[in-house]
Each structure stands twice: as structure tokens, then as C-alpha cells.
Design a protein around this ligand. Structure first.
Ligand code: ATP
Ligand code: MG
Length: 450
């Protein structure tokens, strides 16, 4: 009581120096027990029945309090992974660096994490860092208090107990949530050095939640922006994908630019934002992605990255063609070069790279609207995505709107209408086809991408 009074009079307690957490009753936080998924509630109940502490934690609690539907529900506990596994018949331990348990509840998979220790507090627990301060290994179990301190933002360090219907708050996260503020736990610069992904998370979460980034949290970002270069490519790919499919891609990308997080660091964003010709295309693509997310439609990472890099491909393609290379081989070479440059920073998975190439390689074939070729194109594995891509190109003014309309109509038309839509073959095209028949190897690249 007295402590609460003092802290109210003195204002915020310094982060990291708080003692006991606030335990907030339902009347103050308002999260309804049935707002969390059945699976996560049953997981928490089972762990508690077995004598362990267990909470729904992280993004789900934050999103519920902010009035957003959570994507998934993670559980944190003081039980070790082995102990968790013993509580659930359908569960398995995954991960090497830091083990977590996947608990299967009906259709749901709940990720259960043991409280993690806050590295650096005790010498024996000190995390291994690289020369910039990035944490390389961080795999000690800890207390709930330590677990809260190693999370990134105060609003991400809230623990919801659906049995007691309380929220446990070590860092005044609820107050920040109410003030719509994203505040780093601990010293922001140190926390960014430990893990530069946090700079990107700050931007993404502020855009997603429509929160302001608190001043001290924001200030070091400009200075430390170059540390983004140290992020391992696979993490960067995951984080970029989250950012671009957040439903706030346009806002996120604009904010990254404002914070100086795009320049020279993320080749992908460099490409997007510093290319006036491509910018319109990319912004249309991001708006389109945001709209799809809001409509609950799926987003294909391949499509997304294909749009982001298209103008880079176009530029390289032009150079190669004007150097005398034939158009189709030149396109394939340009595609490979662009993807290779990205691969150094961003681990685009093989499957996604395959999707990207399928979409790109089909684009010149949309120009052919006579004979049998349009029918063959309809049979391409990613025809629909490739057509959506063509529609975006038309909308941005890169190709004629008439071309994209023709293809949309052709797709929807019945057999007779399709036949009537075909354009007459140009005389020189007929000649070319005859010549190709004599030398079949010349037509191969256009028909068989890859
Ligand atoms: P969203 O799921 O909307 O992307 P999230 O905050 O839930 O956002 P997750 O990656 O699911 O993000 O992480 C779950 C929780 O783990 C976070 O809420 C935060 O407490 C903690 N966390 C995630 N990434 C970091 C990080 N880089 N540094 C410290 N804590 C982190
Ligand atoms: Mg999450």
C-alpha cells in the first residue's frame, strides 16, 4: 500500500529497479478469460494444477489489452521443458539453443517457454556477446522477474493468469499501454546492441499498435542503425516478412526510412526506397498487401519479394539487353544476379526464391497473345500470382492497362470467347516460329523457366 502510494507520488519507478511486480485484478485490466484460446487456457490450467507457475505472455497479452486480435498465444512457465513435456501427452521439445515445448491442444499448437534468465546479472550467467555487444548465446533458465527483464518492451512483458484473472506487470507495461507508448526495458542502447532486431521490432510494433516510440527508446536508433548489418540473414528474412505482412507495411517502411534504418543496411529497402521509378510500383504493392491482410486473405512471400525487387531486375535486364544479350537469357541472368545480391543479407528461402522466379519469368510471355501460347500460359503453376503481378505493373504505369485487362478477361472467358480474343499472328512472328522449329534449342528458355 505504502509503496504503491510512494510510487504514485514519485511517478514511475526506474525500469529494472522495481521490486515486486504489480498484480493487476480483472477490474483494472479487463481481459476476459474467454478472449484467450482454449488451448492456451487449458495449457496454463494443467501446468498450474501440476504445481507450476504458468501465464499467457508477450504479444498476445499486449494485443488483447490494445484491442487487437492476437495471432497466437504463448505460455511462459517455471517448469523446465522436460517437466512441461511430462504434463502433456501430446507435446514435444523443440529447439537446440533454447529449448521450448510445443503442446498440441486440438488444432492448436501452444509454444511453452521456460522463464529465461537475464544474462549479465551474474558472472556465471553472463551471455556471450560479439564485439558490438550482440548476444550470441543466451540460454539460461531464470526467475519470472528475470524473464520479464530480458523481454524487449514494457508492453511485451505482461503475464496474464487466466485462472486468477490477474495480469502480472514488472515494468509498468500497463501504464505504457494506456499511454500508447513503446518503451524499452532497461538501457535502450545496450538492448539494441545485444540484439539489433529490436530496432526493427520497435518500428514494426509502433506501426502495428499505432503507438509512439518513447523518446529515450527512439533516440539511439539513428546512431546504432548500422548494427542491423550484423543480424543473421535468416532472422532478417523472418523479421522483414513480419514487417511486410503486418498489415501496416506502408507505414513500417516509411518509418524505417525516417529512422534511417533502410539506408545501406538492408539492400532490400535500399532498392525499394531509393529508386523513384520503382517506388510507385512498390508502394502500390505494399498498399495491396496491407489491404489483403485486412481482408484476411493470404499473403504469398514470393509475390511480395518479387514485387519489391522487380525494378532492380528491370534495370539489370535493360543493361544486359543493351549489351547485346538476347531478351530471355538476359532476364534469367538479371533475376539470378538480383537474388544473389539479396542472399548475402537476407536468407530468402529456396522455396520463396523459386516462387519469385516463376512470377518474374512469366512476365514477358504476357506479351504473346496469339496462337496457342496464351493457353499454355494459363497452365503455368503460378499463373494467378503472375497475373496479379501484371495488374500491379499496369497500375503503376509500367505496361499498358489494356494488356492486363485482356489477360483478366481471357482468364474469365469461355472457350469460344477466348478463341475470338486471340490477336492475329504477325507475319514476322510466323517466320520466327518456323525458324525456331528448325532450331528447337532457341525457344527453350522462354517455355521452361529455370
Ligand atoms: P508479434 O507476434 O505481433 O509479431 P510479439 O511481440 O508477440 O509480436 P514474438 O516474436 O512473437 O513477437 O515474441 C514474443 C515475445 O517474446 C515478445 O512479446 C517479447 O516479450 C519477447 N521477444 C521477442 N523478440 C524479442 C527480442 N528480440 N528481444 C527481447 N524480447 C523479445
Ligand atoms: Mg507473437
Amino acid at each position: 500500500m505504502i509503496r504503491k502510494f510512494i510510487s504514485r507520488v514519485l511517478g514511475r519507478k526506474a525500469p529494472g529497479h522495481t521490486g515486486d511486480p504489480s498484480v493487476i485484478p480483472h477490474s483494472k485490466h479487463g481481459i476476459r478469460r474467454d478472449a484467450i484460446s482454449n488451448g492456451s487456457r487449458r495449457t496454463v490450467e494443467t501446468l498450474q494444477e501440476n504445481g507450476y507457475k504458468a501465464y499467457v505472455v508477450g504479444g498476445a497479452v499486449r494485443d488483447l489489452l490494445a484491442g487487437i486480435k492476437p495471432k497466437d498465444f504463448d505460455v511462459a512457465t517455471d517448469a523446465t521443458p522436460e517437466q512441461v513435456r511430462q504434463c502433456f501427452r501430446r507435446s514435444r521439445i523443440i529447439g537446440r539453443r533454447f529449448q521450448i515445448v510445443h503442446v498440441m491442444m486440438g488444432q492448436e499448437t501452444i509454444e511453452v517457454t521456460t522463464f529465461r534468465g537475464h544474462h549479465g546479472q551474474q558472472d556465471s550467467h553472463r551471455a556471450h556477446t560479439d564485439e558490438q555487444g550482440r548476444v550470441l548465446r543466451d540460454n539460461v533458465f531464470g526467475s519470472q522477474k528475470e524473464d520479464a527483464a530480458r523481454r524487449d518492451f514494457t508492453v511485451n512483458a505482461l503475464y496474464y493468469d487466466p485462472v486468477a484473472e490477474t495480469v502480472v506487470d514488472y515494468h509498468q507495461g500497463l501504464a505504457d499501454l494506456k499511454q500508447r507508448t513503446l518503451r524499452m526495458i532497461g538501457d535502450p542502447a545496450t538492448r539494441y546492441r545485444e540484439d539489433p532486431v529490436r530496432m526493427l521490432r520497435a518500428v514494426r510494433l509502433a506501426a502495428k499498435l499505432d503507438f509512439a516510440i518513447e523518446q529515450a527508446t527512439r533516440r539511439p536508433i539513428g546512431e546504432l542503425a548500422e548494427l542491423v548489418e550484423n543480424i543473421p540473414p535468416s532472422r532478417l528474412f523472418d523479421e522483414m516478412l513480419k514487417l511486410l505482412t503486418s498489415g501496416q507495411a506502408v507505414k513500417c517502411v516509411q518509418q524505417l526510412r525516417t529512422e534511417g534504418l533502410h539506408h545501406g543496411l538492408l539492400p532490400m529497402l535500399d532498392v525499394i526506397l531509393d529508386q523513384p521509378l520503382g517506388e510507385r510500383f512498390v508502394m502500390l504493392a505494399l498498399e495491396n498487401t496491407d489491404r489483403r491482410v485486412h481482408e484476411g486473405k493470404p499473403i504469398s512471400p514470393g509475390f511480395l519479394f518479387a514485387t519489391l525487387l522487380w525494378h532492380e531486375v528491370l534495370a539489370k535486364w535493360e543493361v544486359l539487353k543493351s549489351g547485346g544479350e538476347r531478351p530471355i537469357p538476359a532476364l534469367f541472368q538479371a533475376m539470378d544476379e538480383v537474388l544473389d545480391v539479396q542472399a548475402e543479407k537476407l536468407a530468402i528461402t529456396r522455396r520463396v526464391a523459386g516462387d519469385i522466379k516463376d512470377i518474374w519469368s512469366v512476365q514477358p510471355r504476357f506479351e504473346q497473345r496469339s496462337g496457342k501460347r496464351p493457353y499454355a500460359l494459363l497452365e503455368q503453376p503460378r499463373f494467378k500470382a503472375s497475373l496479379d503481378f501484371l495488374l500491379l505493373r499496369a497500375e503503376s504505369g509500367e505496361v499498358d492497362a489494356e494488356l492486363a485487362e485482356w489477360w483478366s478477361d481471357f482468364l474469365d472467358a469461355d472457350g469460344e470467347t477466348r478463341a475470338a480474343m486471340l490477336l492475329p499472328q504477325k507475319p514476322d512472328e510466323k517466320k520466327k516460329r518456323r525458324r525456331r522449329k528448325r532450331k528447337p534449342e532457341q525457344s527453350a528458355p522462354a517455355e521452361t523457366p529455370q
